[in-house]
Ligand binder design. Structure first.
Ligand SMILES: NC(=O)c1ccc[n+]([C@@H]2O[C@H](COP(=O)([O-])OP(=O)(O)OC[C@H]3O[C@@H](n4cnc5c(N)ncnc54)[C@H](O)[C@@H]3O)[C@@H](O)[C@H]2O)c1
Ligand SMILES: O=c1ccn([C@@H]2O[C@H](COP(=O)(O)OP(=O)(O)O[C@H]3O[C@H](CO)[C@@H](O)[C@H](O)[C@H]3O)[C@@H](O)[C@H]2O)c(=O)[nH]1
Length: 333
């Protein structure tokens, strides 16, 4: 049997594919390469195309013995979603609607879904529990919450079992340096700061220093991408054994401010790293920190790389050895 990984050529998807391969799983990837890289995946059955292509989805489900799906494919940038919400409703909600419809048609009962801390909005308590209210402050979070709800109703109606993993901020890279994060343009904080270290940018702009935090900058919970990969594997195992849907936070349990992240990058790279304070970015909550107690208890999740310096070191290992990222994007230049 095979696992279909949508968005498997993306940052978190490719790390999960590698993890699943190392566990001996048979993996099929669907990715339109909008933000992913074919070079990030090796030795898998790969279909280049979109969630919106029903004919391609038919082919994938007919040509492979798929018994479960891990669904990463999405548009996932907070700022972009505020500027272009319809793109997010189409790619995330409508795209997932197509995928789930085909799963129901082909009788595939298990899905692990990439949800997000952005479903909570400005949290009422910290650390955030899965049972806390969800009030997204941006269209990205809204679309992910809409999908969680769609999945819940599909469990009731069709017996489709889902585990929604609400990740906090994915960071780091495969410690052996084989794959890493490569987005164009890059919007995530750690790779942006490391681009300053590489001399690809002059400075990093700090998006606001008037938040209600100790140093005035936003606090986030950075979780290693391989710890996320492990959680997907465990979530699939649980779906297959318990046949129960669920929602789980995945975070480090510790929060770091933007200034603290920049300082850690200075320490790891040994470089000065210029920064300047700019305006707030619309849609950003002040503080997001996870409680991952439920994932640890019910999925037996044991994150291995909780130290921020370690996470940044793995990211730096990738960026310093691949200063322009994957080779494939230079094809045709
Ligand atoms: N990076 C984070 O910190 C973070 C945090 C929480 C949740 N998430 C979620 O995790 C998932 C993966 O995030 P990522 O950081 O790896 O992003 P990414 O952009 O690197 O990966 C997404 C992948 O999906 C593919 N894709 C997008 N739309 C598609 C479509 N319609 N059909 C087929 N393929 C499509 C892209 O080409 C890309 O390879 C997303 O669903 C995102 O919302 C990410
Ligand atoms: O140049 C930059 C980039 C980011 N930030 C700040 O750094 C923090 C982290 O930002 P970023 O790395 O862009 O991540 P988030 O916007 O927190 O979103 C990530 O984390 C969310 C979960 O918390 C996921 O849902 C999203 O998909 C993922 O992009 C935020 O406070 C930003 O305002 C800056 O100050 N300067």
């Amino acid at each position: 049997m095979a696992i279909l990984v949508t968005g498997g050529a993306g940052y978190i998807g490719s790390h999960t594919v590698l993890y699943l391969q190392e566990k001996g799983e048979n993996v099929v990837v669907l990715d339109n390469l909008k933000t992913g890289h074919q070079d990030a995946i090796q030795n898998v059955t790969f279909y280049k195309g979109s969630l919106h292509d029903n004919t391609l989805l038919d082919r994938i489900f007919q040509e492979n013995e798929i018994d479960s799906v891990i669904h990463f494919a999405a548009s996932s940038l907070v700022g972009e979603s505020v500027e272009n919400p319809l793109l997010y409703y189409r790619n995330n909600v409508v795209g997932t609607y197509h995928l789930i419809s085909k799963m129901v048609e082909y009788g595939i009962k298990n899905i692990v879904f990439s949800s997000t801390a952005a479903t909570y909005g400005n949290p009422e308590q910290l650390p955030i529990l899965e049972s806390n209210p969800t009030n997204p402050t941006n269209p990205y979070g809204e679309t992910k919450l809409a999908i969680e709800k769609m999945l819940r109703w599909c469990d009731d109606a069709y017996g489709l079992k889902s585990i929604c993993l609400r990740y906090f901020n994915a960071a780091g890279a495969d410690p052996s340096g084989r794959i890493g994060e490569d987005h164009e343009p890059e919007t995530h904080l750690i790779p942006i700061v490391l681009q300053v270290a590489l001399g690809h940018r002059q400075t990093v702009s700090i998006f606001g220093n008037d938040y209600p935090t100790d140093d005035g900058t936003c606090i986030r919970d950075y979780i290693h991408v391989l710890d996320l990969a492990q959680a997907h594997y465990l979530a699939l195992k649980r779906l297959k054994s318990k046949k129960e849907s669920g929602i789980y936070n995945l975070g480090n349990g510790k929060g770091f401010s933007v200034k603290e992240v920049i300082e850690t990058c200075r320490k790891v790279t040994g470089k000065e790293l210029s920064s300047k304070v700019g305006p707030r970015r619309e849609g950003d909550p002040a503080i997001l920190i996870a409680s991952s107690k439920k994932a640890k208890e019910e999925l037996d999740w044991e994150p291995m790389y909780l130290d921020l310096e370690n996470i940044v070191s793995h990211a730096w290992e990738w960026h310093s050895t691949h200063p322009v990222g994957y080779e494939d994007k230079r094809v045709g230049e």
